[in-house]
Design a protein around this ligand. Structure first.
Ligand code: PEP
Ligand code: MN
Length: 357
């Protein structure tokens, strides 16, 4: 895909800030004026149509909100961006001279809506940011990107806002960075912006996640800020106030991306890592060959695939060795589980083949 960036190298990392929702003219202008103190802020965000879990909650200021947004642009000269979730939103936002659109996590999951929005944007040369779907499904995310691209929209970025999870975790949404890295591997020129507000769901954690994202080469941040978060009409817990925003902007460290400089020692160390990774792959392949031979013996002798005592001994001995070698126990345990799962799959295949014979 020939994705074009809608922001220049000098604007990177792209920082977008503003309230979760447009609530009043005063709230919008106060926030936007505060943001003018920070030249790094390139876009003002505000939700105009709000996708809420329950009916009866605040669902956005709609047309009034768009008028406040136009006023923000006129008085502060900061460009504006909004979430669009259908054809009518696209038309209204275009009429209000909005500069950038995004689609929300609940829209990315729905190919009908994505198609409708992409068609409505056809030929208007507008940039779009595509939030990850609520569920951790990279194909839905890539599929949404492809739908816009197919309609000739080439100024695209992705937004990582975390994925919902059944488990209670530190953050409102789970980060699953591996999905983000995989997206980058598959579409290398697609900018990926992080939304630490929706990801953490907690104003106290926005700063740490923002820095982490920048250190993982995020191409930008989208941050929710409100003059008085505890009175906000949506996402109270995650919006930061003006003081917190100031602290955040002063604390962020924009470290250099490694390809900008030639670190000789770094490339030597990476060569060693490359060799070790190849050795790991070769050792895993050798291990699976033995697993397969053992599977055949188990099948011939009518032995069960899983032998719990053996598995217990494998885990304990490897963890003890790992501790001696200074490896984190949880990390090693996850790897052992993965390897074991694959071993069981190989042996089950051997058993199934027997049943077919
Ligand atoms: C938002 O950005 O306010 C929003 C609704 O986000 P998400 O789609 O990530 O939940
Ligand atoms: Mn929000």
């Amino acid at each position: 895909m020939n994705i074009e960036s809608f922001f220049s190298e000098s604007e990177s990392p792209l920082i977008i800030a503003g309230p979760c929702s447009a609530e009043s003219e005063d709230q919008m202008l106060q926030t936007a004026c505060m943001l003018t103190k920070y030249p790094q802020i390139k876009y003002f965000r505000a939700g105009i149509w709000k996708p809420r879990s329950h009916p009866g909650q605040f669902e956005g200021a709609e047309n009034m909100g768009l008028q406040w947004l136009q006023k923000v642009k006129k008085t502060t000269r900061i460009k504006t961006c909004v979430e669009v979730a259908n054809r009518s939103h696209v038309r209204q936002a275009l009429d209000a001279d909005v500069d950038l659109f995004w689609i929300g996590a609940r829209t990315t999951v729905n190919p009908f809506l994505v198609e409708e929005i992409a068609q409505a944007m056809k030929g208007c040369n507008m940039p779009i940011m595509i939030k990850n779907p609520v569920n951790p499904d990279i194909d839905l995310w890539i599929g949404a990107i492809e739908r816009f691209y197919k309609h000739g929209i080439t100024k695209i970025a992705a937004i990582h806002r975390g994925f919902s999870s059944f488990h209670k975790t530190k953050y409102r949404n789970e980060s699953f960075w591996e999905i983000v890295f995989e997206l980058h591997r598959k579409i290398p020129n697609l900018p990926i912006i992080t939304d630490p507000s929706h990801l953490t769901g907690n104003s106290k954690l926005v700063a740490e996640l923002s820095q982490k994202a920048l250190d993982l080469e995020s191409d930008g941040l989208m941050i929710e800020v409100h003059p008085c978060p505890k009175e906000a009409l949506s996402d109270k817990k995650q919006q930061i106030d003006f003081d917190e925003f100031d602290k955040l902007m002063k604390s962020l460290r924009f470290r250099k991306k490694s390809e900008n400089r030639d670190f000789i020692s770094l490339s030597q160390l990476r060569t060693q890592i490359d060799e070790i990774d190849m050795e790991i792959v070769k050792l895993l392949s050798d291990r699976m060959k033995f697993v397969s031979d053992i599977g055949k013996i188990k099948r011939q002798n009518e032995l069960t695939i899983l032998q719990k005592d053996r598995w217990k001994e494998v885990v304990e001995s490897r963890l003890a060795f790992g501790e001696q070698e200074g490896l984190d126990k949880d990390f090693l345990l996850k790897i052992l589980h993965y390897v074991h799962e694959e071993s069981l799959r190989i042996q089950s295949d051997i058993f199934d083949r027997k049943n077919d014979e």
